[in-house]
Design a protein around this ligand. Sequence first.
Ligand code: BGC
Length: 767
Amino acid sequence: MAGATVSATAPAIFSDPAIEARVDSIVSRMSLDDKVGQMCQLTVERLRDFSKGTPDVFHFDEALLDSAVVRYRVGSVLNVPADVAQTPEEWNRVIGHIQDATLAAQGIPSVYGVDQMHGTTYTLGGTLFPQQVNIGASFNRQLARRAAEICAYESKACGIPWIFAPVADLGRDCRWSRMWENYGEDCYLNAQMATEAVRGLQGSDPNHIGPNNAAACMKHYMGYGVPVSGKDRTPAVISPSDLREKHFAPYLDMVRRGNALSVMISSSSINGTPTHANYDLITRWLKEDLNWDGMVVTDWGDIDFLWNRDRVAANKKDAIALAINAGIDMSMDPFDTQFCTLLKELVAEGRVPMERIDDAVRRIIRFKLRAGLFDRPMTVRADYPDFGSKQHKADALEAALQSIVLLKNDNATLPLKKGTRILVTGPNANSMRTLNGGWSYSWQGHRADDFLPGRNTILEALTNEFGKKNVSYVPGVTYKQGGLWWEENEPDIAPAVKAAADADVIVACIGENSYAETPGNLTDLTLSASQRQLVKELAVTGKPIVLVLTEGRPRIIADIEPLASAVVDAILPGDFGGDALARLLAGRSDFSAKLPFTYPKEINSITTYDYKPSEHIGKEMEGAYNYNALVSQQWPFGYGLSYNKYDYSDFHIDRDKFAPGDTLTLSVTVTNRGSMPGMEPVLLFSRDMVASVTPDIRRLRTFEKVSLKPGESKTVTFRLPASDLAFVDAAGRWLLEPGEFSFMCGPLSTQATCTAPRRWDTPNREP
Ligand code: BGC
């Protein structure tokens, strides 16, 4: 029933009676004005005096601030002052001022939220990690947690208590401009990494977030990563099984194992219903089924989208009623306090029940209590001596090292020996912007080169590594400064070709410039014609070419890949990505990352690794109907090379028959046959051989990254509950059917048979 509220008495999965008592007491003293104000979130730019200062310096308009916090009782603010990175001290000044004004007016602290998906996005001197997609490529859970811990600590130094991360969209359509913001295409990988990130952000006690931790906001709930058009914020069509089994999986895990305190709703629609109006997904699946007492915030202006974009409401007031009754607790209505007035009217008219308002406000106050804001409304730089420390930067470098993927290395082109003369070329060679991508120093990432003393581009890092006299630089293709992100200048390839004569190897740094969200929409996934032309003309010289890709999504390179001796996909490795790359190319560290997505080869062959059997019929049929169907990909999900060679042996399962309640134990021995210490992500896949719903060709079930010295062997043991092998049928029910399952690890496989069926009556396989 729309407008129903979740029972306030039902015990939440990690609720704390002392906090609940404080929630009761605070909410009982609040007026309706106070309550609707708590439910409204403004952008800091709405509080700005644009007539003062320079574009990068933020000045408050005190009258606007007063109107927001005194008159409208607004309880939350987001975003970066002046749209560009600030010092921690400036963050302290801005958030501190809002906090003082809010406390004086309301006696309830404001909560400030910022997008910090790969470290302190908008802070000078902070630590920027690789983007989340790289963390996915590392297949190392500890890195996800460590990156988040550092992000929380440095955010707190700025006074930021609430972080709009982790991103757990499934990046399953590589045309989409937000592919790089999540952990790749697979639901298990996203669930594992996102839950580690939530734990890293929030620390060990989600009811009492400590001074070094911050509240997480999982996003964007859900199904955002599969827009039918491939364009951002456009509709998705998702089957009931995929919705429950894949898209919901990371959120389920972040709530159940991670105790995530808040969620942001996806800006798109699923099967015709905008997610912000989806009562089933917000209230039933998340709040009721999981008994989750966390807080739900909209994405940017999304209640307005219900009427002025999606046309499921006639006007703003109707849209507010629809969204609040669907389960939205806080509206990110960045520039408009009208939300407060209209919501009050809706309550007076009985169109939004008072119980729903109380439920939303209880969630917001509980969230603020848990985040520690009532006891510690503000944190400041001076109390965070490790802000931007050497150790934090070393951790970001380590994350970059473990997240850069080696895709091709013919004739042992890499590593490059000392003394090798290198021609560095391509538009991404000398730019911090292209190492970081969007959400870096500015929303679109376009200011990244303005603020970077002490950080190295690929060119600078290669020069440091191989010596000035061995490295020359001729870009050949450049981006149009100040232009749109994809715009390039007229190519100037001849000088690069000429310079190749004096080089032993060409390192061609190609890919994409930075972008974020809808401005990153594309009409052609193929890498730009000029960049491909650069590689083609350089190939004529006969010098070996190493392609280094820095790009937020895998751009098609099928026509130039054969011209390269080696290919490295650095994806978006962050501020220390240049240094990491140089070290890897020099062979001072080994590659240990694997693709977290399927790299496409042709535009009409975009696929994911967990496709259906009918998508690949290798054998031609007989007679007139002698067609086949082929999955074509440049490189598969989970693919990645190393200098070392890792042998897999003794893949073993502890039983050949199992019942649905069993836990299977699988083990495999991995040996480093190479000559350097290294790390290997060991991935376990399964395949349901026959099922009543056509099964996925394979599914990632678990993984472990192991460190191995030269010659060393380790046995990796996986414990896999049989219930993990269940699937969701067309009616949305979990089901495990009897029959044969295959398990695959490296080049090895083994089988076991499930002997009995199990159907779960509960939505999330509760025992
Ligand atoms: C994005 C979100 C982000 C929000 C606040 C939106 O445009 O979709 O990812 O958290 O803005 O900046």
